[in-house]
Write a protein that binds this ligand. Sequence first.
Ligand SMILES: Cc1cc2nc3c(=O)[nH]c(=O)nc-3n(C[C@H](O)[C@H](O)[C@H](O)COP(=O)(O)OP(=O)(O)OC[C@H]3O[C@@H](n4cnc5c(N)ncnc54)[C@H](O)[C@@H]3O)c2cc1C
Length: 419
Amino acid sequence: MSETGEAVVPELSDEERRAFVADATAWLDDHADRRASDDTTAGPTASGEGREIALMASAGDIDAEREQIALAKAWRARVFDAGFGWMGGPVEYGGAGRHPDLDHLYRSIEAQYDVPDQRAWNVTWEMVAPAVSAHGSHELKQRFLRPFYRGELLCSQLLSEPEAGSDLAGLRTRAVRDGDEWVVNGQKVWSSYAHLADIGQLMTRTDPEVPKHQGLSMFLLPLESAGVERRPLRQMNGNAEFNEIFLTDVRVPHRNMVGDPGGGWRAVLTTLMSERRAVGSGSGATIDPVDVIAGLAQHLDRTGEPVVRQRLAALHTDRRLLEWLGMRLAEDVAAGNELGPQGSIMKLLANGRNIRLGELAGHLLGEAMVADTGAWNTFAWSDFLCSAPGLRIAGGTDEIQHNILGERVLGLPREPGRS
Ligand SMILES: Cc1cc2nc3c(=O)[nH]c(=O)nc-3n(C[C@H](O)[C@H](O)[C@H](O)COP(=O)(O)OP(=O)(O)OC[C@H]3O[C@@H](n4cnc5c(N)ncnc54)[C@H](O)[C@@H]3O)c2cc1C
């Protein structure tokens, strides 16, 4: 315990870190190809070739996405079976029972290899699994956590509704108990990857008679269930990652409830805190956008310009701050401490960083950013610029993060009219 009463996880020893890096590298060398030297997380070089920036994981059309998911599932199963899938997880639920930092370490090593993109699992690993781990029954954890981390099950969040986004607790999708099952009716919207996912993290109102936060319950809903209709929505970046979901007399077993009836708000808070941290840390991204833009400035021979240098320095500062904040939060998570408003700070900082990245790309590229000529690292920035505003909304808008910080950190009065 620390002086503040919070649990503390001992630091990963250098010896354990070195041994792990050697093991993981040896396994990856045997099972995957290393990326070319100018194609690693260190980012593209001034050579004008290398990986391009991409904020979202979408592969474009639905068939390509399905193929990408199938490849990711097969790869992830091999990783898990080799013992690298869930290092920090408890052994009884399929984890390796080792130091939680090793999960992050493994992903950073894996990013140096040409392996299938697994970013679609960020929702599963960073948002749904933490809620199941913290609030689910022993039986629920045994049934779901291993398949989540082995990549067998992909999750999507069925939280937002047409009339319930920022005010999530105002959601109206109803679940009514019928013996060992609940019958669900309602509509969800903005469910990312739901058209590809196996499981929906479903928020419902199970008791309309009590104050709104107390009448909510969370379920893990198999999305192939009868009565679930998924309709993809196209976005301004050209992808169709979102879905509307219509739920008509859908039956979900009581044993799929996360927590107790009426305990959904506590469970979803765990998800939202983890989500803010995940968006802020850019977790799952295998390429650092600051490296990419620095490579672009070098490639265009613009690094001598004072304004470009200043903007690159500001972006580098953002990167360091995000890294350090991320490390602090990872320690809190590993220690089992409840996440507070730190996730909001990370999310706001990352959103600002994304906007600054897009502005610098525009400054460097000018019209080359909007015309798809096939030239390296040009049009890809257009997709980045069109995707960045979405992250200011997903998982709670910038305004909501400011409200959280105002109330919980600065001690300002609560918003009028909020319960
Ligand atoms: C990229 C992306 C991915 C998403 N993925 C998912 C997903 O997988 N699953 C899911 O369930 N949802 C998802 N969402 C939905 C997202 O959570 C909601 O869009 C978000 O919570 C905002 O809700 P809303 O769209 O209803 O806007 P509203 O809540 O109607 O807000 C409209 C505007 O009013 C402002 N506002 C509202 N209340 C306040 C207040 N109290 N104080 C100050 N300003 C306020 C907001 O900041 C916003 O600018 C996603 C959204 C995006 C953009």
